[in-house]
Write a protein that binds this ligand. Structure first.
Ligand SMILES: [Zn+2]
Length: 191
């Protein structure tokens, strides 16, 4: 799937090209950003909208409402992992929450004559495909750069391209400046 160089509108937020994750990881970023926290809108709100989102992103659609609830839970588990990639929250606990999702899917190693061994989803659910991307990006070393904004009420996903991996906010103009102003107020109060 090719997303590089695309500037897209996600819930009124303009996704700048510099946020776009490399390769298949962009699908994870878009999936996590299907909801604009803290109060929406949410592209996975109804079965109909979730089906449309999955199909337009090359994923098998959610089958029923319990499957949809599982998909939304998986999204928030991924967000917790991306928050941990930003040195926030509890990373080991977030990985523990991945266990039941992995148990509900089937993935296996397969030979791809062009590229060698490949992890392939054996069932058609979107979670298996997304888990395969997470695994692949860990091998490629790109996973730790996919992050959720440090502001806890935002946690919008972006890819950190900075040299030293120091980008903490989805946007310096909004969340970053708010955090700076808050720190300044706290400092002034303690003077
Ligand atoms: Zn943010």
């Amino acid at each position: 799937m090719q997303f590089a160089g695309v500037a897209a509108q996600v819930h009124g937020r303009v996704t700048v090209v510099s946020d776009v994750a490399p390769g298949g990881l962009e699908l994870i970023r878009r999936f996590v950003n299907t909801v604009d926290l803290p109060s929406g809108p949410d592209e996975l709100e109804s079965l109909e909208s979730a089906r449309a989102w999955c199909l337009s992103h090359g994923l098998a659609p959610a089958r029923n409402s319990s499957h949809l609830a599982q998909l939304r839970d998986f999204r928030e588990t991924l967000r917790d992992l991306l928050y941990a990639n930003n040195r926030e929250g509890d990373g080991p606990a977030a990985w523990e929450r991945v266990r039941p999702f992995l148990a509900s899917t089937r993935l296996s190693l397969a030979v791809s004559p062009a590229s060698g061994l490949e992890l392939r989803p054996e069932d058609k659910g979107p979670i298996a495909s997304l888990l395969a991307i997470v695994y692949e990006s860990q091998l490629l070393g790109t996973w730790s750069r996919l992050r959720a904004c440090r502001k806890s009420s935002c946690r919008f996903a972006y890819y950190d391209y900075t040299k030293n991996g120091s980008r903490a906010w989805c946007s310096m103009a909004t969340c970053g400046n708010q955090a700076k102003a808050q720190r300044r107020r706290l400092r002034e109060r303690t003077l």
